[in-house]
Design a protein. Sequence first.
Length: 257
Amino acid sequence: MLLAVDVGNTQTVFGLYSGAEALGQWRVATEPERTADELAVLVDRLLDLQDRNAEDIDAACLASTVPVLVREYESLAERYLDATMLVVGPGIKTGIPIRVDDPREVGPDRIANAVAARERYGAPCVVVDFGTATNFDAVSAAGEYVGGAIAPGIETSMDALFARAARLVKVDFVPPPQAIGSNTVHALQSGCVFGFAGQIDGIVGRIRSQIGEQAKIVATGGLASLIAPHSEAIDLVDADLTLEGLRLLWEHNQDAD
């Protein structure tokens, strides 16, 4: 079985696969100080939820935006899982042409998203990934990764607002009853949900003007389901997109060998 791991700045998502079949998915907080020993305990507990154990895993694929954790996950695979690990980064086979100024600058999660979106939904397409940052990644009609845009993430932006405005308190990230908030909580929720939906529609509109108006717009990430219903541009939400991209990258690199 394959363990796919998407390490983001805020959250880490684990996915377990048998071939193309998804067996389980778990989301935990990213803690940069975690050691391989601590990760082994965490993974073992997660596998217990599926009545699995470490001996079932013979391969792992990692995308990490936290460089300090890469070595710890490599150690986890070597010492505890006895599994071959593929770290998504420069030099691996992606199966997708990367047409940007410096391909080494593109985050591994963005590559995984583009690979999975092209495979599942065809080209052209755009992935909107709601994480610590909101990433927009474009695949051209020719099936090439051509770049995108990066904007501050929802939680990142709202945390900055709460930190700088003493009279504002944190609110739940839920849709308000209407656009005009009659109290501070609803006003903040309106600005968050409708404001970010408008941002998505504006940026996607400009991207579509470059790669084609027929481009499918796919949302993923922790808060995708919050914004997608209020966006005119987003066609669908695919919560498993990044993990699916890691699975495809693993398979492609085995075929390349």
